[in-house]
Design a protein around this ligand. Structure first.
Ligand SMILES: [Zn+2]
Length: 282
């Protein structure tokens, strides 16, 4: 008989970015909190979305060690560096296999290429060595003590080629950045039909009918209720789509979104979205 599965989430606290200028509401520019998920059986475990920096990777390694579980797989939902840069080191340390979809592996390479101008600029000297060691999961499936964990490709959400991990035994989806939970959503890649395609990615998650969703960025005070997180992620996208037609400037969009979503964490992420959606004329 397969063993009972459980899941735990490690939330890495927001860290400051190497940006001197405050955002329009006066806050320092921070990075959103990161959720790292450990799905455990009796002896073995699978880790989803390793963190970004050397220090966070050390903390997560200590957390996995303290669990006493044997880590068999590390899985990354998508190619943004905040969901995998520590992955190769964690996989090596625990003798685990690092897996991701072929599309995500391609996005990983693009994020490595972006390191000098983006990731290292924001976090100088803090990012680990980022060799792309992930391989595709055989049959889009990870086995954990007789249970099947399914890698589900959902296309564009907050970036291209994103995926989620479905754990039917727990009625759980580990959703990466397809669904958010109490944190401002990353809309820097939402221009064109990005918001429409993001809704389609959420449709794919909803079709799995999970009871719980661990989101890649969550306010740790909040629970993992699937219905609520899906509804809130959609309402944020709908508000953004509506305000994009009403507001003429990045600042106007930022202020209007902040007014509608005053409780979401990390207004800096919203300012990042606003400045990308309203590019300065060259
Ligand atoms: Zn992210």
């Amino acid at each position: 008989m397969p063993s009972q599965l459980t899941y735990d989430v490690f939330v890495a606290e927001p860290i400051p970015q190497n940006v001197r200028e405050p955002i329009p509401n006066g806050e320092r520019r921070m990075f959103s909190p990161l959720s790292i998920t450990l799905i455990s059986g009796e002896n073995d475990a699978v880790l989803v979305d390793p963190p970004l920096t050397i220090e966070q990777t050390e903390q997560v390694a200590g957390w996995v060690e303290a669990s006493g579980k044997n880590l068999t797989h590390v899985f990354a939902t998508h190619g943004h560096g905040d969901h995998w840069f520590g992955g190769a080191q964690l996989a090596e340390r625990f003798g685990a296999t690092f897996v991701a979809t072929p599309g995500t592996i391609e996005q990983m390479r693009l994020n490595v290429a972006l390191r000098p101008v983006f990731w290292d600029a924001l976090f100088p000297g803090q990012i680990p060595q980022t060799d792309v060691t992930a391989v595709p999961a055989v049959d889009n499936m990870i086995e954990l003590e007789g249970h099947q964990l399914f890698v589900v490709e959902v296309g564009h959400s907050d970036t291209d080629d994103t995926s989620v991990l479905h754990v039917p035994a727990l009625s759980l989806v580990v959703a990466g950045d397809v669904v958010y939970n109490g944190v401002h959503q990353f809309l820097r890649e939402a221009a064109g039909d990005g918001i429409k395609r993001w809704h389609e990615a959420i449709d794919a998650v909803a079709a799995l009918e999970p009871r719980y969703i661990v989101t890649g960025h969550k306010n740790e005070q909040l629970d993992d209720a699937a219905d609520r997180t899906i509804a809130e992620t959609r309402s944020y996208l709908n508000a953004a789509a509506e305000l994009l037609t009403q507001e003429d400037t990045a600042l106007g969009f930022f202020n209007a979104m902040l007014q509608r979503f005053p409780d979401r964490l990390n207004a800096g992420a919203l300012w990042g979205s606003a400045t990308a959606l309203y590019p300065e004329p060259a």
